[in-house]
Design a protein. Sequence first.
Length: 202
Amino acid sequence: MPVLTETRGSVAVVTIDRREKANALSIRLMDELRSTLGSAARSHRSLVLTGAGGIFCGGADLNDLRADPDALQAALTALRSSILDLPVPVVAAVDGPCVGGGVELAMACDVRIGSQTAAFEIPAARLAVAYPEGGLEVLRRRLPHQTLSRLFLLNERIDAGAAVVAGIIARVSEDPVAAAVESLETVAELDAGTVTDTKHRL
């Protein structure tokens, strides 16, 4: 199964495990991830999203992109929207490369914590691909204009230290999953309805 779930107290850790394909986002994987996150949010007070094998996400699955780009984009849109609509906080624990649609996935989460090897890149211009407006809208809401320009126009690969300054991640940790779980432990002590309302108003 390309999506794994582990419970740590009141926190569910959801892991993309398609490491043989650099955790690339296929239509099947995104549909499964959307279902898994929704199910985990119904039984846990908070979620951590991460990737296996020292890679958060290698971007879109190129086979699906070539075969049916519209269906791939529809799956990414549905996944992104579902993360934004989840009733519980979601922290992305980014270890290693986070590329293209993976950046969009991470930015849909409420907070991001990176490892020393975390790096963010959106190669749309290099691939001569116009980035979809829906994804850009989320990135505009979460990132400063200068950071977007660096990612899209200058085609920069932003490493962990620079990503903190750029507003992509909150902080760097040797173990971003453990740090994410620790940061979410207090959520279980808060009123669930208030947390949901506040999340959706931010």
